[in-house]
Design a protein around this ligand. Sequence first.
Ligand SMILES: NC(=O)c1ccc[n+]([C@@H]2O[C@H](COP(=O)([O-])OP(=O)(O)OC[C@H]3O[C@@H](n4cnc5c(N)ncnc54)[C@H](O)[C@@H]3O)[C@@H](O)[C@H]2O)c1
Ligand SMILES: [Fe+2]
Length: 384
Amino acid sequence: MVQRFILNETSYFGPGARKVLPEVIQRLGKKKALVVTDKGLIQFGVAKMVTDVLDEAAVAYDVFSEVKPNPTVKNVQDGVAAFKASGADLLVAIGGGSAMDTAKGIGIVVANPEFADVVSLEGCAPTKNKSVPMVALPTTAGTAAETTINYVIIDEEKKKKMVCVDPNDIPAVAMIDAELMYSLPRGLTAATGMDALTHAIEGYITKGAWEMSDMFEIEAIRMISRYLPVAVDEPQNPEGRNGMAVAQYIAGMAFSNVGLGLVHGMAHPMGSLFDVPHGVANALLLPTVMEYNMPECIDKYPRIAEAMGVDIKGLTPQEASQAAVDAVRALAIRVGIPQHLSDLGIKESDIPALAEQAIADVCTPGNPRDCSLEDIKALYRQVL
Ligand SMILES: NC(=O)c1ccc[n+]([C@@H]2O[C@H](COP(=O)([O-])OP(=O)(O)OC[C@H]3O[C@@H](n4cnc5c(N)ncnc54)[C@H](O)[C@@H]3O)[C@@H](O)[C@H]2O)c1
Ligand SMILES: [Fe+2]
């Protein structure tokens, strides 16, 4: 079997990495940037930490901040208009998955105008041209959108999250600067960190996983279980923040290339229909879906338990696998993730609509255990 692995051309890591930005822009030969970010990041002064670097180096830029969490087709189309109006030749994405995914949509549509409707980009669209070059600076330690070939946009008409998978969208340069994450509030640190853990676990057990992706995912699981509680409890702790920043990137390097599974398939409709933050949806579902997948993962779950610091000596594979699920559930509870859909305002009568979207989601076929619509409804009911 032939395996494909796509990664950023160049990435920078470490607190303060953003300071290399002017040098990178010069090397790319670009003249003006469109900064894509969101209102929260402007309010918290995070976008300014990056634009200050541009100002000091007299790099020209405009700012587009019309990005909402769980971004929409309209956000992308407004961004395309802003890019054209500004005369920019480079995108600088500053934010979590929402800002980076919007920037990816903008970059793809500008370079491939036949996809201006955005909705035709769902799945694996046959775009011909690489995105406008993009430098991506994550401000959450979660999605790893700075290194993945995916972006997720809501189709408002169908009230549905579209997962777009396109090697042409990968940012040319990623800057993993933990200082941009110090202001992330506790709840968002927990939720985005659990999103990263979900990437690592689903990327580890997905049907497409192989030795190279396993190597990344198991290290990401180890780092996240070690550093997430530190980042949640001590937001200014450089070791905790940098550990999470690097761990979520490592998880992304692999899952971007091998896919995810049912947790993401079931989390996406919770975002599109109920605006549940992506990481919260994943974290709430993860242990229960892991239990459902256990028959197919009995060789891999013990490795997850070990990576999370559980001593599995003397345990049967079944017991060690259950220990992995228990460790994941304990971590979610430890960092304050809600445990029931009803805590989020979701009712029993909402389950059929959620399940219909989940079974059709691009991530679901990657799940190690094949599932039916009825299985998915039963899983939602289990966490109701
Ligand atoms: N591209 C991918 O591969 C991929 C993978 C997983 C998820 N996603 C998508 O990414 C989106 C979620 O992204 P996210 O979880 O990173 O959150 P987000 O980008 O939606 O941000 C959530 C909130 O956090 C705020 N915020 C972000 N960084 C901050 C900081 N440092 N300080 C203070 N506030 C800050 C933002 O202003 C926003 O209000 C979803 O749409 C999800 O579907 C994409
Ligand atoms: Fe995710």
